[in-house]
Design a binder for this molecule. Structure first.
Ligand code: ZN
Length: 517
């Protein structure tokens, strides 16, 4: 009754289409298309006391991890990477057989719970940890890996079933501006580890506001799992191909064998009066491209689950688990191939792609028609970021010169694992400076800031190197991430996110090195 009253009260203000997100998972949809799995899962959210009450809380997770650690002392270790803003220590689980030589192992990073209202991510990661250590079907893989695992990245959000961290910012939009303490701890841990494969587990909302515009009474997503991997053209092609054609492809088949529908991740947005879908991602503000730009094989995994409480929760946790285990198995079976892709950063000499826009295509996806409660083929318009029209390319410099007084920039480059060196001898060098020729301050706040969008012209000059600069050389593992944050026109650059403030007709404070004289 309360719900009906709420709807009647809000109806005149919100318009009919806005009602849909109030109930993101009508029961008839769950019963017909997403019936829960009948399996035993022994992670904290499924033990009998907790099952009715809610999701795994921080204390339950820590007890669970310490018990596993106690019975697997030789393989597992729990440490902490830092504290949440509410002063809860953020655990990092290491699973590693130290008797095996490190170059015979792949460094595998797993994170979950970046968004506090996506519980199947944390629960699924706990299940992966448990099964790796206790089930011989999976523990046979351990010796091929050194795992570092953060099961609950956003503890304060998780405890409130709230997406963001406690200061209201989004951990997965913060990976170049780094204005959140938790981001810095996560980045530091990731960088020090030097991951070769990474998975970031999430859940997504089955009914988006824009979905109300389709069919007679709106649509719901038909997919259990969506894969989100980088289409950034500065990520070496070998990396993009192995991610899509081997890792995601194998996981997709594995999921289908359990009746779990999946495809590439999609979002929607309004575009000139239409609703456009969008797939692929190029921006380093979120984990999947940020990781890929360190030449790590990286995928973000979205399980159908936000806003539907415990509906189909075992199904969602098992989906998370199957994807994780499929990636582990694929890496184990393709050890040499993985090693060669992550070692071979083949695009040192390629031009940099600074700006590119997606091609717009007609596509057909599966969807659930809510009124009819049946699966339909839905014709949509897709902005495909896997098929980009390049707008700005730029010659790759030998490196960048960053003045030492740019402390915010230097701190962030360091957290991103970009190595910087001192100037050794004071010789002449041919550089390019960035002159700002177009400047736009976005009038709507995004993640707490008014972003800057600029265009620049490069101005050549010969200067004397001095010890006031640090050099960012581009023949290093994380060079593509350095390029992404320093070339000012990219969507995730330090200039875009005001780490470097500028104005029209100003020179940016850092330079590109073209040639040593
Ligand atoms: Zn998420």
């Amino acid at each position: 009754m309360k719900k009906i009253l709420a709807i009647l009260i809000f109806l005149p203000f919100t318009g009919f289409s806005q009602i849909l997100p109030l109930n993101p998972q009508p029961k008839k949809i769950a019963d017909k298309f997403f019936p829960d799995f009948d399996v035993d899962i022994n992670t904290p959210a499924f033990n009998s006391d907790n099952y009715k009450r809610g999701f795994t809380n921080y204390e339950e997770m820590m007890t669970f991890l310490y018990e596993l650690e106690k019975s697997n002392k030789a393989l597992m270790n729990v440490s902490f990477i830092g504290e949440s803003q509410k002063e809860k220590k953020i655990p990092l689980v290491t699973i590693n057989n130290s008797k095996i030589n490190s170059n015979e192992k792949i460094k595998f990073w797993i994170q979950g719970g970046l968004h506090g209202d996506e519980p199947a991510s944390t629960e699924g990661v706990l299940l992966i940890i448990q099964k790796l250590l206790t089930d011989s079907k999976y523990s046979k893989y351990i010796n091929s890996f050194h795992f570092e695992i953060v099961p609950m990245a956003n503890i304060d959000g998780y405890e409130r079933n709230y997406r963001n961290v406690i200061n209201g910012l989004d951990l997965n939009r913060d990976q170049t501006k780094m204005r959140i303490p938790e981001t810095k701890y996560l980045k530091r841990a990731f960088t020090e580890f030097g991951a070769e494969i990474a998975i970031d587990f999430h859940e997504y909302r089955p009914i988006r506001r824009d979905f109300a515009k389709f069919s007679s009474f709106g649509i719901a997503s038909a997919y259990d799992v969506l894969f989100h991997y980088s289409s950034n053209l500065n990520v070496p092609i070998e990396n993009r191909l192995i991610t899509k054609n081997l890792f995601v492809s194998n996981a997709s088949k594995e999921l289908r064998s359990f009746g779990l529908e999946n495809r590439e991740y999609m979002t929607t947005r309004k575009y000139k009066g239409d609703i456009h879908f969008r797939q692929g991602t190029t921006t380093a503000i979120s984990s999947t491209s940020s990781f890929a730009l360190t030449n790590c094989i990286s995928t973000l995994v979205e399980i159908r689950g936000v806003g539907i409480k415990k509906t189909s929760f075992k199904r969602r946790v098992m989906s998370t688990f199957y994807v994780g285990m499929s990636f582990i198995k694929t890496a184990h079976e393709n050890f040499a191939k993985v090693k060669s892709v992550v070692k071979n950063i083949s695009n040192y000499n390629d031009d940099i792609i600074v700006k590119a826009k997606p091609k717009i295509k007609n596509m057909t996806i599966k969807a659930i028609d809510i009124a009819e409660n049946k699966k339909i083929d839905l014709d949509i318009i897709m902005q495909d970021l896997h098929d980009l029209d390049v707008e700005i390319t730029r010659k790759r410099p030998i490196g960048y010169l960053v003045p030492k007084n740019l402390v915010e920039v230097i701190e962030r480059l360091d957290l991103l694992g970009v190595e910087m060196s001192e100037v050794e001898n004071q010789r002449e060098v041919l550089v390019e400076k960035y002159l700002v020729t177009d400047y736009f301050k976005v009038p709507v706040k995004y993640e707490g800031i008014y972003k800057q969008e600029i265009l620049t012209e490069l101005v050549r000059e010969e200067i004397s190197l001095s010890e006031d600069y640090l050099i960012v050389k581009l023949n290093q593992k994380n060079s593509n991430l350095a390029v992404e944050v320093l070339e000012p026109e990219t969507v995730s650059s330090f200039v875009s996110f005001n780490v470097v403030n500028t104005e029209l007709f100003q020179m940016l404070p850092y330079l590109r090195i073209l040639e040593y004289k």
